[in-house]
Design a protein around this ligand. Structure first.
Ligand SMILES: NC(=O)c1ccc[n+]([C@@H]2O[C@H](COP(=O)([O-])OP(=O)(O)OC[C@H]3O[C@@H](n4cnc5c(N)ncnc54)[C@H](O)[C@@H]3O)[C@@H](O)[C@H]2O)c1
Length: 397
């Protein structure tokens, strides 16, 4: 099948490499030169297990280009996997997506444009009205960073948001070899399926974090509570780990985007509106658990969660900023995040767990970036002094 992918971030890379592994030759259009060069060298500017090896395996099947005009002139499917960040008011900024649609409109007459980016309800239909020379579908991506390729290749289900039979047939043919359940629906339902997933995940994080505050106040054990609660099949144990709150490039912006979308339509969603507030108050509560008299605080974890190098909307960074704001010195250790990544003013990077602990009188473990079995005399001393706050959750979440 003649397929093109626009955008070589987490979603675009997983989509293009995954489709190459399924036998297609896939050109990837990426505007960022550094990302293009890294891909051509079979290296990555982002850290995702399996993708570098897969790039070597697929070889010339995956071609990285700067412009859509550099690829075959009449693709059947153009996947759009560009960023849809939040603007200052929490609305989803569709500038990059609109730009990519315009390019497809100018060069791929009649193609099926498949939006993989997360978008507000109705976006795909709006584009279909505005660009009648193209057909549109929405196939949301549910991958987890740190598992991007594996999740693309073996998704729990594939959601096809389609508005005509030809598009449904073409996408069913493309995804049939994945041998996973395919759910067909209208485009708005597909858009909302993705937003609903992330809103529900964020709500579980916010609720278990709030309950961890209750447990702490009552002198109870939140781990025993979550184990017991999670055994109820109506609730389940996944995504039920107290932590430093939700972060990353998706959950905060998708929740904020839903809130802003609803507010703009006079739709009152008090629970959704409260999720980001709850998340922020939790971060403040965690800060209060760290003694302000600790002069040197070691923080293990800079990425937004364990198993990724992505620091977008990282709760760890927000915490480090607050600690530095209180005048505390912070030594950060996170082996996944490149040294060049920006660090909050006042914090320093440590090359090893032990280096981060040398001056520490308190340790906050945000990400599980050090093996559970790790021992060190300074760590033992801090543990014995009750000067360790462990906020890790399993890497799969
Ligand atoms: N990261 C995730 O875990 C994840 C999971 C599911 C869905 N999503 C959604 O998928 C979308 C992409 O997320 P991401 O994390 O892969 O984004 P990203 O920021 O990592 O990558 C987007 C890429 O698109 C490129 N780009 C933007 N406009 C372009 C254009 N006109 N032409 C060529 N390249 C262009 C950018 O340079 C960038 O490399 C977002 O809507 C996000 O919400 C992300």
């Amino acid at each position: 099948m003649r397929v093109v992918v626009i955008g070589a971030g987490y979603v675009g890379l997983a989509t293009s490499v995954g489709l190459c592994l399924r036998g297609h030759a896939v050109p990837v259009v990426e505007r960022d030169r550094q990302r293009r060069d890294a891909l051509r060298d079979h290296t990555l500017t982002l850290s995702e297990p399996g993708i570098s090896d897969a790039l070597r395996e697929v070889g010339p099947k995956l071609r990285t280009v700067a412009h859509l005009s550099d690829v075959h002139p009449n693709p059947q499917i153009v996947f759009l996997a560009v960023g849809t960040p939040s603007d200052a008011e929490g609305h989803v900024d569709l500038t990059d997506l609109r730009q990519a649609v315009r390019t497809a409109s100018a060069q791929c007459y009649g193609a099926l444009v498949v939006i993989r980016s997360t978008v507000p309800p109705g976006t795909t239909g709006d584009f279909a009205n505005e660009f009648p020379e193209l057909r549109f579908a929405h196939v949301p991506e549910f991958l987890r960073e740190g598992h991007a390729l594996a999740d693309f290749l073996s998704p729990v289900r594939i959601v096809l948001g389609v508005s005509d039979g030809d598009s449904a047939a073409l996408l069913s043919q493309l995804f049939a070899p994945f041998k996973r359940p395919i759910l067909k629906m209208d485009t708005a339902s597909a858009e909302i399926t993705k937003i609903a997933s992330n809103t529900l995940l964020a709500s579980r994080v916010a609720l278990i974090d709030e309950l961890s505050r209750v447990a702490s106040e009552a002198g109870a054990d939140i781990q025993r509570i979550r184990n017991a609660v999670g055994m109820d099949p109506r609730i389940g144990a996944h995504y039920l780990n107290p932590s430093l709150g939700f972060g990353g490039s998706c959950l905060p912006k998708d929740v904020a985007g839903l809130s802003a979308w609803a507010t703009g339509r006079g739709l009152h969603l008090p629970v959704v509106d409260a999720l980001c507030v709850s998340n922020d108050t939790h971060a403040d509560w965690v800060l209060k658990q760290i003694p302000s008299h600790a002069t040197n605080v070691a923080v293990w974890g800079l990425a937004f969660k364990t198993g990724t190098a992505d620091t977008r909307n990282s709760p760890a960074i927000a915490l480090i900023v607050k600690l530095c704001g209180r005048g505390q010195r912070v030594d950060v250790y996170d082996p996944m995040v490149p040294d060049a990544a920006p660090l909050p003013t006042g914090a320093t990077r440590a090359e090893s767990p032990v280096a981060s602990l040398i001056n520490a009188d308190y340790l906050v473990i945000v990400n599980a970036c050090v093996a559970n079995s790790y021992t060190d005399p300074i760590l033992t001393t801090l543990q014995q002094a009750d000067a360790v706050l462990n906020l890790t959750r399993p890497p799969s979440t």
